[in-house]
Design a protein around this ligand. Structure first.
Ligand code: C2E
Ligand code: CA
Ligand code: CA
Ligand code: CA
Length: 276
């Protein structure tokens, strides 16, 4: 048992070491990535669950590093929060999203709202609402063209501050969605403490709708949303069965690979033109 214990410690050390090396290299790679223009945005459509029309799109951050290649956001956003790089990156995402909204409106491509994901740092910044208002003005974009997604697993140290920023944004006409709903430890507490407009049902539930347990959970979330008068979006919709189940249970919007993966601006325009 003693030898085992020591072996386990060694394995743990190795994993920890690999983790630290990975983190350090991501940290190094992040430094200056924005200036080197290694980021771009992609857009994933959200469809009306009944009519099938495109009613919005989620903005997803993409990073292609010259040596590391494509680095998924889940692998660097937390590090970027720790290094502080997230601030400039978030600023750029907001600016680029509003620029794209303006350009699509001017070119008559589309006027659907775009939804950006907020970092936990943004949600706790006392300038959040002002920053967003300023960027909307810069591009002359109406506030109701911008949606915001916040994740319930975000650690919010100061609920009072987050609440007041969210209130300001909602008063401007920006809709707030609670993302990954049902996966955190405090889903209901978040709903209770922050007023939101939309519940996004986490893709882990949608992806496992073949299990009775997941079906019951999704149905309960729908009932809750109806009771609280919230809209619902099902994400991670990959099959017709997923889509049928969500529609049958009153889900308002759907997003997932069944309809489209996230696309670069040009490809998104083509996808819109080709019709759904
Ligand atoms: P999320 O907000 O839950 O974003 C949805 C994720 O689901 C995206 O992963 C998307 O590519 C993926 N997805 C979409 N449809 C399907 C599907 O049908 N099946 C499956 N299996 N997956 C699907 P992605 O782009 O890797 O992003 C991961 C997370 O990183 C996001 O989760 C979000 O929390 C964060 N993130 C992405 N972009 C940004 C950003 O601009 N800012 C911030 N702060 N976070 C971001
Ligand atoms: Ca999201
Ligand atoms: Ca999500
Ligand atoms: Ca997520």
């Amino acid at each position: 048992a003693k030898a085992m214990g020591r072996a386990q410690v060694r394995i743990f050390d190795k994993e920890l070491e690999a983790d630290m090396v990975r983190r350090a290299s991501i940290e190094d790679a992040l430094d200056g990535a924005l200036d080197r223009r290694e980021f771009h945005l992609e857009y994933q459509p959200k469809l009306d669950a009944n009519g099938g029309t495109v009613v919005g799109a989620e903005v997803l951050l993409r990073w292609i590093h010259p040596e590391l290649g494509f680095v998924p956001p889940d692998m660097f956003i937390q590090t970027a929060e720790e290094t502080g790089d997230i601030e400039a990156i978030s600023e750029w995402i907001l600016d680029e999203t509003c620029r794209q909204l303006r350009s699509w409106m001017d070119d008559g491509v589309t006027d659907i709202p775009l939804a950006i994901n907020l970092s936990s740092q943004q949600l706790q910044s006392s300038n959040l609402a002002d920053n967003i208002a300023r960027t909307l003005r810069k591009y002359d974009v109406p506030a109701d063209r911008l949606d915001i997604e916040i994740t319930e697993s975000m650690l919010i140290a100061d609920f009072e501050a987050a609440h007041s920023q969210i209130e300001k944004l909602r008063q401007m006409g920006i809709r707030i969605a609670l993302d990954d709903f049902g996966t955190g430890y405090s889903s209901l507490s978040y709903l209770h403490r922050l007023e939101v407009d939309v519940l996004k049902i986490d893709r882990s539930f949608v992806n496992s709708l073949d299990k009775p347990q997941s079906r019951l959970i999704v149905q309960s979330i729908m009932t809750l949303a109806k009771t609280l008068n919230l809209r619902t979006v099902g994400e991670g919709v990959e099959t017709l069965d997923h889509a049928r189940f969500l529609r049958a249970n009153g889900c308002n919007e759907m997003q997932g690979w069944l309809f489209s993966k996230s696309l670069r601006a040009g490809d998104f325009e083509e996808w819109l033109k080709s019709g759904v």
